[in-house]
Design a protein around this ligand. Structure first.
Ligand code: SF4
Ligand code: SF4
Length: 364
């Protein structure tokens, strides 16, 4: 065991606290567990890790907490972390969700998985000050065929400044070695790539964000008591029935359907846990009447990619959600109730960068 590192800052109780905001399936719980293991067992700090998740289902909200202190202190607090020194957001769409950036200190570190430029992320997160890290964890994970938790761990190590990357890599290897030994190397490469690629910026205080949504949460969450606790049983952030923008419940990855390759075998439909695939009456290759697949209705897809793995002819491929894919879902954005509109794009990556090749297609 190495000498335990000094924590860069602590709260009134002597804790350095981290919160991971995520979506079920991205591996935030495992990431927190691995990080805590590295910091406690390999770096000699004292600490605790725990997560909160609702239905334990891919696509549902997940929060993972890591609480650290000096080795001579005891961790006697088991409450959720409301004021994080380090906040890692595993999916940029979560920035739209109430309370995700709640409770930041003026000098907290925020890390966001995003492909957007760092200033744009700061603007969307409405960060008043602190340090911001941005990493394309989804893209890195797709490149190495891993989950984004290893990428986020690499970036967390880099932005935190006191975490020993070698200790975390040891813990990653230990975690995968017994059950999935073939995945060890890919996860370590994912970690390294994110460690190297994360962009970091110190944020000068910006008056534009004074009074921004993140700020009231500081006092709101910090001073909760019998007099001001919210009434139970009320959904403060109801679902978005107007825009049907459920992007925060997908994982930043989705199946792209290639009609020209599909043989209408139906395996994807049998495999999809959420009955996402849509069929209609049509003609098969011999022009006989048949049911044909029109593709997944991404409004209801959570990005688990089981369909991609099962398709025998590669008619479904794994894609990262990109800014131009903001509304990958068949989303009723405006117009009469049955006016569904789908955003799609042409298959030329050169055009995507120039923001060409996208078109709105009226489904009905
Ligand atoms: S599994 Fe593939 S080939 Fe079969 S119906 Fe689905 S998309 Fe088409
Ligand atoms: S369509 Fe594919 S990725 Fe989406 S929920 Fe169904 S199986 Fe998962």
């Amino acid at each position: 065991m190495t000498t335990s590192p000094a924590l860069p800052k602590t709260n009134d109780l002597g804790f350095y606290e981290m919160r991971f905001e995520s979506v079920g399936g991205l591996g935030a719980n495992l990431a927190g567990q691995i990080l805590a293991e590295a910091l406690v067992l390999k770096q000699g700090l004292n600490g605790a890790h725990f997560s909160s998740y609702g239905s334990e289902k891919k696509g549902s909200p997940v929060k993972s907490y890591i609480r650290l202190c000096a080795p001579d202190r005891e961790v006697r607090s088991n409450s959720p972390i409301e004021r994080p020194h380090l906040l890692a957001i595993f999916h940029q769409c979560l920035l739209k969700t109430e309370g995700v950036t709640a409770g930041l200190f003026p000098d907290s570190i925020v890390l966001v998985n995003s492909t957007d430029p760092i200033d744009q992320v700061r603007y969307r997160a409405r960060l008043v000050s602190g340090t911001l890290g941005v990493v394309d964890a989804t893209g890195i994970a797709v490149e190495f065929n891993t989950r984004i938790n290893a990428a986020m761990l690499g970036a967390v190590c880099r932005v935190a400044g006191f975490i020993d990357a070698a200790a975390v890599k040891d813990a990653i290897a230990g975690s995968f070695q017994s059950k999935y030994p073939k995945l060890v190397d890919a996860n370590l490469k994912t970690f390294d790539r994110a460690y190297e690629k994360v962009q970091v910026k110190e944020l000068a205080a910006d008056a534009r964000f004074a009074g921004a949504p993140a700020e009231p949460h500081v006092s709101y969450y910090h001073a909760l008591g019998y007099a001001n606790a919210p009434v139970g049983g009320i959904i403060l952030n109801p679902g978005n029935t107007a825009h049907k923008d459920l992007s925060a419940s997908r994982q930043g990855i989705f199946p792209l359907f290639h009609r020209d390759r599909c043989i209408d075998c139906g395996l994807c439909t049998q495999t999809c846990p959420d009955y996402v695939f849509v069929w209609e009456k049509g003609r098969d290759k011999r022009s006989q009447p048949a049911m044909v697949l029109t593709g997944p209705n991404l409004q209801y897809c959570k990005g688990c990619l089981k369909c991609v793995r099962i398709c025998p002819v590669n008619a479904l491929t794994e894609e990262c959600e990109k800014p131009e894919f903001k509304y990958t879902a068949d989303a009723q954005l405006w117009g009469p109730p049955d006016a569904l509109i789908t955003m799609s794009r042409e298959g030329d990556p050169a055009k995507w960068a120039a923001d060409e090749g996208n078109y709105w297609h009226r489904v009905s």
